[in-house]
Structure formats: structure tokens, C-alpha cells
Design a protein around this ligand. Structure first.
Ligand SMILES: *Cc1c(COP(=O)(O)O)cnc(C)c1O
Length: 217
């Protein structure tokens, strides 16, 4: 993988034994998208794993992951950011967060529209949140075989990232992550400036969605 791009091994729905095997091969960053599942896995696996939360996060679930999560990729509202801050304060941590932006054509994807993102940053209330750190942006491209479409969405995300960094985070070197790219499009994402790619099925194979979280051993 090219210089400076970090691999998030997306292990949702995969059993702890698969994560342990990836860990034994040297992988340290794992991405999960359900609070209950990541809490269960975190208890069973080595302490030096960096757990990244990548799925839609409900405010009432933040408290479960706040004590250990290394990065939350999927902050899609100011309300959620405030709750992460509140839970960070409770466990004396500063929690790294990415703001999820909606750039895909699909209606169903979560995230701030570019306008909502700029509006939230302009309002400035986030500057008062002392237990979160905004470390960059995250996005998902449209699920399509049209690679030109995907490339143009990632290029747009990259330019928005540069603009936001210039306009709001010039004195904040910790604003540096652009999380984009999955199994089907990570190479295009890297070409367009991704610093974190979230790859699941290419590493672990197909997910079995019938797996019960409490039997993940
Ligand atoms: C599941 C998931 C991934 C990984 O998807 P693959 O296609 O299996 O690589 C990446 N990002 C998010 C937000 C996901 O929910």
C-alpha cells in the first residue's frame, strides 16, 4: 500500500478468530460498525488494537465505545459530535473523530452534505468541544461499476478536504485524515488522496449476516 495510507481491516460480522489471525499477521487497525459487536470483540482481543468505528452511530450507543475507541469515522451530525464529547469527558479521553460527508448519488447514505458541513463549521460551536478532536473527513462513493463516477466523487471529497483544512484547521496538524475507499474502490481512493482505506471482504471474505454478535467467538 502506498506511503502514508493506512489500512483499516473491516472485520464486522467476522469471528474473533479471523481478527486474531489478522492480528498475528501484523494488522493493528480494525474497523467495526456495531457498538455491541466491537465491545464484545475488544474484550477478547489484544489491548494494542486500534478500534475504528465506521458505521452509523446512534447517540445512545456512544457510551459503550467511548472508553476505548481510537477513531470514529462516521460522525454525521453535530448532536452526535456533542454526545461523543460528553462521553469523552466522562472517561477523561479526547476522542478522534472524522466528519462523514455525503457525496454519493444514493439517498440512503448518511453524512453531512457539503453545505451542511460548511454551515456546521461556520457556526463554530464545535470549537468549544474539548474532548473531541476533528481529525478529518470520511466518505463513501456511489456503489457503481462506473469507475469515472467513483473517481469524480473521490476527487470532489479530496478538494473539499483541502478546502476545509485550509479554512478551519490551518493550525491543527491533527486534521489530516481522509477516509475513503472499500474493497471495490480503494485503489481509486488512494489515487485521490485517501489516507485511510476501509477494506473488509477483500481481506476476510464475504460477511455472514446471520452471525449472532454474542456467538462471535
Ligand atoms: C462494511 C464497510 C466497509 C468495508 O466494505 P468491503 O466492501 O467489505 O470492503 C467499508 N466502509 C464502511 C463504512 C462499511 O460499512
Amino acid at each position: 500500500m502506498s506511503d502514508g495510507v493506512k489500512l483499516v481491516a473491516v472485520s464486522k460480522y467476522h469471528p474473533v478468530s479471523d481478527l486474531q489471525a489478522a492480528y498475528d499477521a501484523g494488522q493493528r487497525i480494525f474497523g467495526e460498525s456495531h457498538a455491541q459487536e466491537v465491545v464484545a470483540k475488544q474484550a477478547l482481543l489484544p489491548d494494542d488494537i486500534q478500534w475504528h468505528f465506521i458505521g452509523h452511530l446512534q447517540t445512545n450507543k456512544v457510551k459503550y465505545i467511548a472508553p476505548f475507541v481510537a477513531l470514529i469515522h462516521s460522525v454525521d451530525s453535530f448532536k452526535l459530535l456533542k454526545e461523543i464529547n460528553r462521553q469523552g469527558e466522562r472517561c477523561h479521553r479526547i476522542i478522534d473523530c472524522l466528519l462523514q460527508i455525503h457525496i454519493a448519488r444514493e439517498e440512503t447514505k448518511f453524512g453531512f452534505s457539503p453545505d451542511e458541513l460548511i454551515q456546521m463549521l461556520n457556526e463554530g460551536e464545535w470549537r468549544n468541544l474539548s474532548h473531541i478532536r476533528i481529525a478529518g473527513l470520511m466518505c463513501m462513493a456511489t456503489h457503481t461499476a462506473d469507475t469515472r463516477q467513483v473517481a469524480s466523487e473521490f476527487a470532489f471529497a479530496h478538494s473539499l478536504f483541502n478546502q476545509v483544512r485550509h479554512d478551519y484547521f490551518q493550525d491543527t496538524p491533527s486534521f489530516r485524515e481522509l477516509s475513503m475507499g472499500m474493497s471495490g474502490d480503494y485503489q481509486i481512493a488512494i489515487q485521490h488522496g485517501a489516507t485511510l482505506v476501509r477494506v473488509g471482504s477483500l481481506i476476510f471474505g464475504e460477511r455472514d449476516y446471520t452471525t449472532q454478535v454474542n456467538t462471535l467467538k
